[in-house]
Design a protein around this ligand. Structure first.
Ligand SMILES: Nc1ncnc2c1ncn2[C@@H]1O[C@H](COP(=O)(O)OP(=O)(O)OP(=O)(O)O)[C@@H](O)[C@H]1O
Ligand SMILES: [Mg+2]
Length: 527
């Protein structure tokens, strides 16, 4: 009686446990079967309801892999699929052989030969078949039942592992696609474009173009509402990781006791309430960008853990013994002065240096000459769409009014002012085909002092207070503002009056006239 050797089993078990791909696993399985049983052909087929699909074979022509065997049409396969144990077909069995003409060593009809099949069950489910053929009759008659049982069990386990891995891989690939899809979707939905063509914004955009494709960690800083998050998203979109995920973490909103688990994940049972394994933000961002917003709010303890993750590119989920490799690019944002925070001992110097390989400052809105107009147009259109208004415009006076304010709440404040103004304008002009946002809809955005410190009603400061705090009449205040604005634009445009006029949305002659009235020195234009 022939027996499968224990060495062959151990070898196979080791092979299967090693990290082979499915194809290699199947080949090793068939090698082992051939070592244990002398035969001319062996094939592994997976079961799909009414069809058997060859997934690995030896001794049969390669085109067999492309064939799909409808079980009903092949009595031998049908018998095997209905059996719980191996079947050795009689040498003179009248049942047609599905491999007729497919054996490599023999063309045409098969001569009388040995043919055997093993149904492969796992957890009572039929996963497939293993078929073994020999051109020598009666070859399989003296193989021990136990040997066939062992081969069946190993083959079924191999198939099962392969199916599970396939499922996991396709689920992982699917999740990755979903995350990338959602990231892009959010980007499109939020508009995503960095509006502004002031020289300071053009400089920022150039910087983003340069640094996006690198894998440097980036620290974005600037006042509240300047667009730091939008800049972070722009960086991701322009980077080589654009098709990977961008994962957002608001460091200010992380509860102290959950920071580690949120960032690095945890395993089931790691702490009370951890009823399943959970991936952390670092793992979710693998292959993409991790955006650490409000990084300045992170407690010192968490800072050192993030530093370790960044330094070693690895994380350790809470309750797990081993570490996992991750490949993430960190983009962090803050409205604090992190250098100062380092000086005061509230932020780790080493983490600061790691993060700020390339610091990017997002300028205040008041520094972006001419951009209030563009941003207003952008938000007017956005609000029109959101509210389903067919035509919405903003008057010239309203724009001038908005341009004279210095926006302590920056772009976000402007966005809110436009939203509120639209609601007011719509209420005033209900039923009109074109709704126009007037200066009065924008509320009182009043200048205070010649340094353009301005306040708005939205900041709960009354107009009366603002006016009281300045000793200059409105006309002089306005002229002061205009003088400063025009001088600054001229300086930024290298005294190119045509360009300055374009930026200020007026014509050159008019700009010259205003400049003369305001005693701004008129230098001859280059163009
Ligand atoms: N240049 C810009 N073009 C178009 N929209 C902008 C621009 N800058 C900012 N925004 C919009 O203004 C709003 C505020 O921007 P964002 O949230 O990015 O600011 P932030 O600097 O992160 O603010 P905070 O410090 O308060 O978190 C968002 O709706 C954003 O889309
Ligand atoms: Mg933000």
């Amino acid at each position: 009686m022939k027996q499968i050797s224990s060495t062959a089993i151990i070898e196979l078990a080791l092979d299967l446990a090693s990290s082979l791909n499915s194809r290699d696993r199947f080949d090793r399985l068939l090698d082992t079967v051939r070592k244990a049983i002398a035969c001319d052909a062996v094939a592994l087929l997976s079961f799909h309801g009414d069809v058997l699909k060859p997934i690995a074979l030896q001794g049969l022509s390669r085109d067999t892999l492309g064939r799909r065997f409808y079980i009903e049409e092949h009595p031998r396969f049908l018998a095997l699929c209905q059996s719980k144990s191996p079947i050795r077909f009689a040498a003179d069995s009248p049942l047609p052989d599905p491999y007729d003409g497919l054996l490599i060593d023999r063309a045409g009809d098969l001569p009388v030969h040995s043919c055997m099949g093993l149904p492969l069950y796992y957890d009572d489910n039929l996963l497939g078949l293993l078929t073994i053929d020999s051109l020598t009759p009666h070859d399989f008659e003296d193989i021990e039942v136990r040997t066939l049982e062992v081969i069946s069990a190993i083959s079924a386990a191999t198939l099962n592992t392969a199916f599970l891995l396939e499922q996991l891989e396709s689920r992982a690939a699917h999740s990755q696609r979903v995350v990338a899809e959602l990231t892009e979707e959010a980007w499109k939905r939020d508009g995503g474009e960095l509006i502004g063509d002031s020289s300071i914004m053009s400089q920022l955009k150039q910087e983003l173009d340069i640094v996006a494709s690198s894998d440097f960690n980036i620290l974005i800083y600037g006042e509240t509402g300047v667009g730091k998050e939008l800049v972070a998203r722009t960086l991701h979109q322009k980077s080589l990781r654009q098709h990977g995920p961008m994962v957002y973490v608001n460091c200010a909103a992380l509860p102290d006791n959950l920071i580690e688990s949120e960032l690095f994940g945890h395993v089931k049972g790691a702490f009370t309430g951890a009823d399943r394994n959970r991936a952390g933000k670092f793992s979710l961002a693998d292959g993409g960008t991790l955006f650490l917003d409000e990084i300045g709010e992170l407690p010192l303890g968490a800072q050192s853990k993030i530093l370790r993750a960044i330094q070693n590119n690895e994380i350790q989920p809470v309750g797990q013994d081993n570490v996992e490799k991750v490949n993430v690019r960190i983009v962090a944002a803050t409205n604090r002065d992190l250098k100062e925070e380092v000086g005061e001992g509230r932020f780790r110097a080493d983490l600061y240096h790691r993060l700020s390989v390339y610091p990017i400052r997002v300028p205040k809105l008041s520094e972006r000459v001419g951009d209030v107009q563009l941003l207003s147009g952008y938000f007017v259109e956005q609000t029109r769409r959101k509210l389903g208004i067919s035509q919405l415009k903003i008057t010239e006076q309203a724009i001038v009014h908005l341009s004279q304010y210095n926006w302590p709440g920056n772009v976000r404040e402007l966005e809110h002012v436009i939203s509120r103004a639209t609601l007011k304008a719509r209420a005033r002009q209900r039923g009109k085909a074109i709704i126009a946002i007037e200066q009065s809809d924008c509320g009182s955005l009043v200048a205070v002092g010649s340094n353009q410190r301005l306040t708005s009603k939205s900041k709960e400061v009354s107009t009366e207070e603002s006016v009281a705090s300045t000793n200059l009449p409105l006309k002089e205040e306005t002229e002061n503002f205009q003088r400063q604005l025009i001088s600054r634009v001229l300086k930024e445009e290298d005294s190119n009056w045509a360009a300055a006029a374009r930026r200020l949305s007026t014509d050159r002659a008019n700009l010259n006239r205003i400049a003369k009235r305001l005693n701004i020195k008129v230098v001859k234009s280059v163009i």
